[in-house]
Ligand binder design. Structure first.
Ligand code: IMP
Length: 431
């Protein structure tokens, strides 16, 4: 039985929500394995709009198990609010349909405060442009071995000891940033109050996942953000604080890497990025403006305007390799309708040398200029196309050229936010 990992193959916002929803209908288990409520997935089902940040997309479909794995960082207050909102939309969420790994680190209020205070204090060039949700500081506490985890909520003495350990680290940091000390007793009270509401969903996820796998259940691993924001392989330090690439699906829930049969990379037909950092094909002109307007390029989580640019085949070729992408889902092709010509970046010129990948060193990245190939556009509409026959010849040529350049086949093509407006070439769940 196939298990599928979905990863963003650019800087996030590739349109994963629709594809994940389409696949989650076919899956039995849907698991988040990294990131937190910095993510934003919009699902449109039967005309109803669901906005999810921390919850796996599977929750809105009945009869599925949704899992929050240990690779995630979880803001328990945010989660409880999100559950309430989704319940108010008529969705049932119970401990039978939602499980949270007991070893998941919790995002505390001081993580968000630190994230925002640092960003405010940062000068131009060092600002990351984070979502301000406390993601980075929580992952720092995880590897610093001072995180408060879901299982700690069960025992008041352990919980208080964990809080004290965390405060030993955070209070001096806050002092340096001019932020007042944490109200220790107030925080302990807040945690005790939410403990039973979170513990209801706590489970040994690694065990459950392996049992499901053995029972032949189909598992969908739902990635958030995009591979170019990966802590190791992204445009460091302008990245998020988790591993985003497909290998994280295994460690992020506690399953062996052999459980993964198919990696679907979600790729937008052009490029966008929110936040700071290098973006070789960024457009500051009317074409960039047009991509942003036609593509409604505003962040789901922060509402920030996304930076827009031409398709960068060199970067996607790179992320397809680091995530071992089996096939891609190409999204938002219709946004390119009406451009007379389109540009695709095939590599970079670095001081007169041609590179087929983006180098790691920041100074070299800054000196890289994109090498473009110009291809003809199309005047016809591709919006809503459901078969290759519905696409203009030049749109097909554009897609085929992308496949060649990134050395990875198109498995799905999405031509509008509607579920049915999809051309399916290969079903990732097919045995
Ligand atoms: P953080 O994840 O909040 O620490 O933000 C680090 C970087 O990742 C910033 O550039 C954010 O804009 C970016 N980022 C985080 N989550 C997302 C996402 O879901 N989509 C796109 N960019 C994201």
């Amino acid at each position: 039985m196939a298990n599928v990992v979905v990863v963003g193959a650019q800087w996030g916002d590739e349109g994963k929500g629709k594809i994940v929803d389409w696949l989650s209908e076919r899956a039995d288990v849907i698991a988040r394995f990294q990131g937190g409520h910095n993510a934003g997935h919009t699902l449109v089902i039967d005309g109803k709009v669901y906005k999810l940040h921390a919850l796996p997309s599977g929750v809105v479909r009945g009869g599925k198990l949704s899992v929050i794995g240990n690779g995630v960082v979880l803001d328990p207050w945010h989660l409880l609010k999100e559950i309430e909102t989704i319940r108010a939309q008529g969705v049932e969420i119970t401990p039978e349909t939602l499980m949270i790994a007991e070893n998941t680190p919790l995002i505390m209020p001081y993580h968000g405060e630190l994230d925002r205070a640092r960003e405010e204090a940062a000068s131009k060039g060092t600002k990351i442009g984070t979502t301000g949700r406390g993601i980075g500081p929580c992952y720092e506490d995880k590897v610093g071995r001072r995180a408060i985890r879901v299982a700690d909520l069960a025992d008041p003495a352990t919980l208080e000891a964990r809080v004290d350990r965390a405060l030993q680290h955070h209070d001096p940091l806050r002092k340096g940033l001019g932020v007042e000390a944490i109200d220790r007793d107030g925080l302990v009270e807040l945690l005790k109050e939410i403990a039973p509401k979170i513990l209801e969903y706590a489970a040994p996820v690694w065990k459950v996942m392996n049992e499901k796998r053995k029972a032949g259940k189909r598992i969908l691993f739902e990635g958030a953000q995009g591979a170019l924001l990966d802590i190791d392989f992204g445009t460091y330090p302008f990245v998020t604080s988790s591993n985003v690439i497909a290998g994280q699906a295994a460690t992020g829930v506690g399953i062996g890497p052999g459980a993964i049969n198919y990696v679907l990379g979600i790729v937008k037909a052009y490029t966008t990025r929110v936040g700071e950092g290098p973006f070789p094909t960024e457009l500051d002109d009317a074409d960039g403006q047009r991509l942003g307007e036609r593509g409604h390029e505003f962040g789901t989580t922060t509402g920030r305007k996304r930076r827009c640019g031409w398709f960068d085949a060199a970067l996607v070729r790179q992320t397809c390799v680091t995530s071992g992408v089996t096939g891609i889902s190409l999204t938002k092709l219709d946004v390119l309708d009406g451009f007379e010509t389109l540009k695709i970046c095939t590599g970079y010129d670095l001081d007169g040398q041609v590179l087929d990948y983006l180098p790691t060193a920041a100074d070299q990245q800054a000196r890289c200029t994109p090498i473009y190939e110009e291809v003809p556009g199309w005047s016809e509409s591709t919006e809503g196309a459901r078969s290759w026959a519905d696409l203009p010849a030049n749109a097909i040529k554009y897609v085929r050229r992308i496949e060649e350049l990134i050395q990875c086949p198109v498995a799905m093509l999405s031509t509008s936010p509607e579920r049915e407006d999809t051309i399916l070439v290969t079903d990732p769940f097919a045995d």
